[in-house]
Design a protein around this ligand. Structure first.
Ligand code: ADP
Ligand code: MG
Length: 341
């Protein structure tokens, strides 16, 4: 069980040939609890990959401290870093496999480096390949595999030495949506069955929504928002978080779409937010029915976020003008309701 703590971490790259230095990461603090899947999300250039390279000690932070388990890796000499890296697994967008080696040899490689005896290595490789569902492909060469299979090999290799932490940099960004989901399910199993802490970097909101427990949003080197996936998704504060969430969750219709909806629907249009732990849907519908107001859902929906449900629906309300107005007033007292007319 390994927790990862970043305290005021910064990384400045010196400017090349007289150009200004690049502040890639600035004053980032993140607490990743042991056994947690923590996602770091942000646009390209936000500093995500740099942050990950600081955590596995491939690059040195210019400020702050980084603890991986009990090891403070900031300022450790290379000789000591190697031992810490053995406790950290890593997977990549481009898989980074050895093309001239078989699947089994790829997975075996870190065990050879770690000095494990040959008989033990064979047993461990077989066990790992079974776990990732590639038991039958041990002798295949990696370029005979699909992208999803290649990433499974990457995961098996990353797990070979029993790391406490797995770092994933855009691990599913090169895969189609269906394959991406399969790999995410596998990462979820890695987390649940072995208790491995996962620090996952992505620019894809769907990845966060599907498997992460907590999320840090990065923008221009800084951590601009942090919290449980449900809290950040259902009530994003920073503008960057709001832009990301809008791509992954049902929203109120954009202005041009709203004009289109109005042209097709004569009733009053209202948008209601349905939050797990918030107002119950039957309360909304009975409040409307009690006043003889009929309702159609014209936009939006309900989805799963961080294991809870979240929805935003646009409703068309039809009935007596005063009854509709009363129903809206009554609902505004109970629910998060916005009138769109
Ligand atoms: P992300 O992974 O979020 O896309 P990166 O961590 O790769 O972002 O990059 C963050 C910033 O740091 C970018 O402006 C990038 O150009 C810069 N950067 C990354 N690596 C280096 C480097 N080795 N030397 C100089 N600048 C770098
Ligand atoms: Mg990157």
């Amino acid at each position: 069980m390994t927790r990862v703590q970043l305290r005021g971490v910064g990384k400045i790259y010196p400017g090349r040939r007289g150009s200004d230095p690049v502040v890639a990461v600035e004053d980032v603090s993140i607490d990743v609890a042991s056994g947690e899947i923590h996602a770091i999300i942000g646009y390209s250039g936000a500093g995500k990959s740099t942050l990950l390279r600081l955590v596995n000690g491939l690059e040195a932070a210019t400020s702050g401290t980084i603890l991986v388990g009990d090891d403070d890796i900031t300022g450790l000499p290379e000789s000591r870093l190697r031992a810490v890296r053995g406790k950290i697994g890593m997977i990549f967008q481009q898989f980074n496999l050895f093309h001239a080696k078989t699947v089994a040899k790829n997975v075996e490689y870190p065990l050879i480096v770690a000095g494990m005896p040959a008989a033990e290595r064979r047993a461990r490789v077989a066990e790992l390949l079974d776990f990732v569902g590639l038991g039958g492909r041990a002798k295949a060469y990696t370029d005979q595999l699909s992208g999803g299979q290649k990433q499974r090999v990457g995961i098996a290799r990353a797990l070979a030495t029993n790391p406490g932490v797995l770092l994933a940099d855009e691990a599913t960004s090169a895969l189609d949506p269906e394959t991406s989901r399969e790999v995410l399910r596998l990462l979820s199993r890695v987390n649940r069955e072995f208790g491995i802490t996962i620090l996952l970097i992505t620019h894809e909101m769907e990845v966060v929504r599907e498997i992460a427990h907590r999320v840090t949003v990065m923008d221009d080197g800084k951590a601009v928002e942090q919290g449980s996936v449900f809290d950040v998704f259902s009530n994003p504060q920073a503008p960057t978080s709001q832009r990301f969430v809008a791509t992954a969750l049902p929203t109120t219709p954009a202005e041009e779409h709203l004009a289109d909806l109005r042209a097709r629907h004569r009733g009053s249009l209202v948008s209601v937010t349905l939050r797990d732990g918030g107002v119950d849907q039957p309360v909304i519908f009975s409040t409307l029915a009690a006043r003889g107001v009929s309702v159609s859902i014209v936009h939006g929906g309900v989805t799963e976020v961080g294991g809870r449900s979240f929805g935003r629906v646009t409703l068309e309300l039809i009935g007596e003008e005063t009854a509709v107005a009363e129903a809206i007033t009554a609902l505004q007292a109970e629910a998060e309701l916005e009138v769109l007319s």
